[in-house]
Write a protein that binds this ligand. Structure first.
Ligand SMILES: [Zn+2]
Length: 129
């Protein structure tokens, strides 16, 4: 297991309030390059939830789709302001994933090749073709 994978695997234990439904059924279904982005998002969400003691959150699925990050969750008992902040944090991370190489975490561009969308830096893109 890589250091990035271990870091991702520890997130449900580190943030039990975000992963209230337990660890992800299929794990983190994306490349290691996004591990820092996902860890930062979880830290951010945890901070938002701290302002709303009655809210509960469960992350359903975290994966790559059409070259960018998808972060699926449920949120209960949060007021509109908190719900909006959570949505904004997730949106931002999903958009940012389109500039971060999914494999190595370097600056990258979202691009379609032969109809297949991916976010990879030039050197990872060369490796994969
Ligand atoms: Zn790369």
């Amino acid at each position: 297991m890589t250091e990035d994978r271990a870091r991702l695997g520890a997130l449900p234990t580190t943030y039990p309030r975000i992963f209230a439904d337990g660890p992800l059924t299929w794990g983190f279904e994306h490349g290691d390059g996004w591990s820092e982005l996902v860890a930062a998002l979880c830290a951010n969400l945890n901070e938002i939830l701290e302002s709303e003691p009655g809210a509960s959150m469960g992350v359903k699925q975290v994966k790559e789709k059409f070259g960018t990050l998808r972060f699926y969750y449920r949120l209960n008992g949060a007021n509109d302001k908190v719900a909006k902040r959570v949505r904004h944090a997730v949106d931002l991370a999903e958009k940012a994933s389109g500039c971060i190489c999914e494999r190595c975490g370097c600056l990258a561009k979202l691009r379609a090749e032969a109809g297949w969308w991916s976010t990879l830096c030039p050197s990872c893109r060369t490796d994969s073709t």
